[in-house]
Write a protein that binds this ligand. Structure first.
Ligand code: SF4
Length: 274
């Protein structure tokens, strides 16, 4: 039932209440997500459960008209800086976006009424379709592309419906060549090859590393409840289910690109200080 229904409150911007470091609002163009990553925390949250259908099998458009975002931005900007995390509970470039174009329409509204900063968080190569709009947002936008591993065999087991890694690497290069600010989000870090740090350093000016322990907001309990430890064990990867794995990659990245270009955990996603 992909895209058959419409959901939501009719508003686009949701105040974060401070739970996202440095962001005043979150923005989710869809409800649900057909990438259905096994480690996704949203699958156990009310928004992931209300349809009573398995997470990853459905996505709805929201009720709101994308054209309304401009007025919302104007109103919120009157109260202070508007920093937007786009998106927290769906992927803005999941397959439905190719036809629906909701994310693109929202970005166009942002061009007309620019927020202070917007972090566009995705794992989909479809973001390259919107390079023209992103260029018009200039340094107010950063594209954060999730690349949890450089091992396609691992991705196929842990996030089989998510886009192949080769396409993500390709689009990161394309975005950078187009002058769009980019970062890689290694989130959550998964089993990878010894060359991962160098590949990351080669492709993005900024890298954020997160894991099952720092990133789930509960010291690892939410990841454990999702069965991530068992999944690693079953595949012979149990030594990768450990906080030292992220520390090792972080140290390697700091050596390669410098401390200021590397972020860890939720703080790593914070907007640039200007
Ligand atoms: S892409 Fe993001 S929102 Fe979608 S299932 Fe994966 S982690 Fe969850």
């Amino acid at each position: 039932m992909v895209g058959a229904n419409m959901s939501g409150t009719g508003r686009w911007l949701t105040p974060t209440g401070g739970y996202l470091q440095g962001y005043s609002h979150s923005l989710n163009p869809y409800v649900g997500c057909t990438f259905g990553c096994s480690y996704c925390y949203v699958r156990r949250m009310p928004i992931g459960l209300f349809r009573g259908e398995p997470w990853g099998t459905w996505v709805d458009r929201k009720k709101a008209d994308p054209g309304k975002l401009r007025a919302e931005l104007k109103r919120e900007k009157g109260k202070g800086p508007v920093t937007v995390f786009f998106s927290t509970a769906t992927d803005p470039y999941q397959p439905l976006e190719a036809d629906a174009g909701v994310t693109r329409a929202l970005l166009e509204e942002m061009v007309a009424e620019p927020p202070t900063f917007v972090l566009l968080q995705t794992r989909s190569p479809l973001v390259s379709r919107d390079i023209d709009v992103l260029s018009r947002l200039g340094d107010r936008v950063r594209v954060s592309m999730t690349v949890e591993t450089d091992r396609e065999d691992v991705r196929r087991i842990i996030a089989p419906s998510s886009p192949p890694l080769a396409a993500r690497w390709r689009v990161l290069r394309q975005l950078r060549e187009a002058g769009i600010d980019t970062q890689v989000a290694v989130s959550p870090i998964l089993p990878h090859t010894p060359a991962f740090a160098e590949k990351l350093a080669d492709v993005a000016p900024r890298i954020v590393v997160d894991d099952y322990f720092r990133g789930d907001g509960s010291g690892g309990k939410r990841s454990a409840a999702l069965g991530m430890k068992e999944l690693h064990n079953k595949n012979g990867w149990i030594e990768w289910y450990d906080p030292s794995v992220a520390d090792k990659l972080l140290n390697a990245l700091v050596k390669l690109i410098g401390r200021e270009a590397v972020g860890a955990g939720a703080d790593g996603f914070a907007p640039p200080v200007r």
